[in-house]
Unconditional design. Structure first.
Length: 439
């Protein structure tokens, strides 16, 4: 948006790259949140303090003007979200005993709770942005997080003891070393920004590179640990192909906030009885379907029990679904202003939702089932790293969208996703053997 519209006047390609990098950083920081939980504070306290960081980030976005507010706010929200996401997942996992067939259903209900906020958030903040300005929307987000913290404070003592447990406490003798590492990392980032090595234009590529390094390091750390059993090591290896499938899925799904945002702004008919709906309201369509269908999926997995498709097949279905959704854009690609009917976008996002419910809650649940006991939260962080890579790739792919013909873009991306889905399906049996009894 231009400065006259309350925006910052950043070019479209750069803005989309920032969105992708921010989304990647949110999930990349899940590693930090998992490490803090496993070595310093435990999952419950890490979640609580992370939520406070998110609130402070939105306060900065609301009150600090210009790019400075955006920088401070997005960094705080990204760090806080990473700590919150991985540890909320761990806490839900602690509610179920190993082998409890209700686990996937429970995570579907947890996902319902997440999407209640995802439904209401864009509606309220988007309306405030349209009528009063961006800072009012950011301020409302801070108020919402404060209300969430107040509610959580009331019930946090009732959580299982495992949520307070520190799995692998950091010895006091090692703490000075880690303080030096953190300070050095912050100084290095500040220097790189001041020298122009890190810019808004290359931010998503940097997040992708850091995420890849994090993935390799974390997989290596877990697999080389001498204390994990052979079965635990095999289960971690089984997660690798599903990790890659998850990256592919999220690189398409997260384009809701990059490519689909631009597409909806320029080509979608958002006229409702003479009133133009805010672009951000498109982001509430998917949560509506999640709220309707998450209970259906939870009941379906519970009803099927041991007969439900195993996790590799669910991941394959998710990739196939996203490929089909992108191919549906070919019907309206290349049209002019207001050329795409709202119902067509609703259909595409419905398929997005079906695909998401086959992978996202299942992936969270699977990461708790495949995790070695010593690396419970860090295994969850690996799943979120797949979301990080996918989110940052969504920002990079947005650059292709701005330069390729739409037919070529949607056709190529959709076809690649379908091929990956078929490959995962064909490889499901050997993956299941590596999972050693986990489905």
């Amino acid at each position: 948006y231009s400065a006259s519209q309350g925006g910052l006047g950043i070019s479209e390609g750069t803005a989309l790259g920032i969105v992708g990098a921010y989304g990647g950083a949110v999930y990349l920081s899940a590693i930090v949140g998992a490490w803090v939980a496993d070595r310093l504070l435990g999952a419950e306290r890490t979640l609580y303090y992370s939520a406070i960081l998110i609130m402070l980030g939105h306060i900065a976005l609301a009150l600090v003007p210009g790019l400075l507010g955006v920088g401070i706010g997005l960094v705080l929200v990204a760090l806080g979200s990473g700590g919150l996401k991985a540890n909320a997942t761990a806490i839900v996992g602690n509610l179920y005993e190993p082998g409890d067939s209700r686990r996937d259903a429970g995570f579907s209900l947890f996902y319902l709770g997440i999407n209640l906020g995802a439904l209401v958030g864009p509606l309220l903040t988007g309306l405030l942005q349209k009528e009063l300005g961006f800072h009012w929307g950011f301020g409302l987000a801070a108020v919402g997080m404060a209300a969430g913290l107040a509610q959580y404070q009331i019930g946090r003592k009732k959580l299982p003891k495992a949520s307070h447990h520190i799995a692998n406490p950091l010895p006091a003798s090692e703490r000075p070393k880690w303080i030096i590492i953190v300070v050095a990392a912050i100084a290095a980032i500040a220097l790189a920004v001041s020298l122009g090595w890190i810019t808004a234009d290359n931010l998503s590529a940097i997040v992708i590179a850091v995420a890849i390094i994090g993935v390799v390091a974390l997989f290596t750390l877990i697999l080389k640990d001498r204390e994990i059993t052979k079965d635990e090591r095999s289960r971690v290896i089984s997660f690798i192909p599903m990790f890659l499938g998850s990256v592919a899925f999220w690189s398409l799904y997260q384009q809701q906030f990059t490519v689909l945002a631009v597409y909806s702004d320029k080509q979608l008919n958002r006229n409702l009885l003479g009133w133009e709906m805010p672009v951000s309201w498109i982001n509430s369509i998917n949560p509506i379907f999640i709220i309707i269908l998450s209970g259906v999926f939870a009941a379906m997995w519970t009803k099927l029990g041991d007969r439900q498709p195993p996790a590799p097949v669910k991941f394959a279905l998710a990739c196939l679904g996203m490929g089909i959704a992108f191919l549906l854009f070919l019907v309206t690609a290349g049209g002019g202003e207001n050329s795409t009917p709202m119902l067509w976008m609703v259909l595409i996002l419905f398929i997005f939702t079906l695909s998401e419910l086959c992978l996202s809650p299942v992936g969270m649940s699977l990461s708790t089932k495949l995790a070695p006991e010593k690396f419970s939260t860090q295994m969850i962080a690996l799943f979120y790293l797949s979301v990080s890579l996918g989110s940052a790739l969504a920002g990079e792919l947005a650059g292709l969208y701005t330069s390729w013909p739409e037919v070529q873009y949607f056709g190529t991306i959709g076809a690649i996703s379908i091929v990956l889905g078929v490959a995962l399906w064909l490889g499901s049996k050997p993956i299941l053997r590596l999972m050693r009894g986990v489905r």
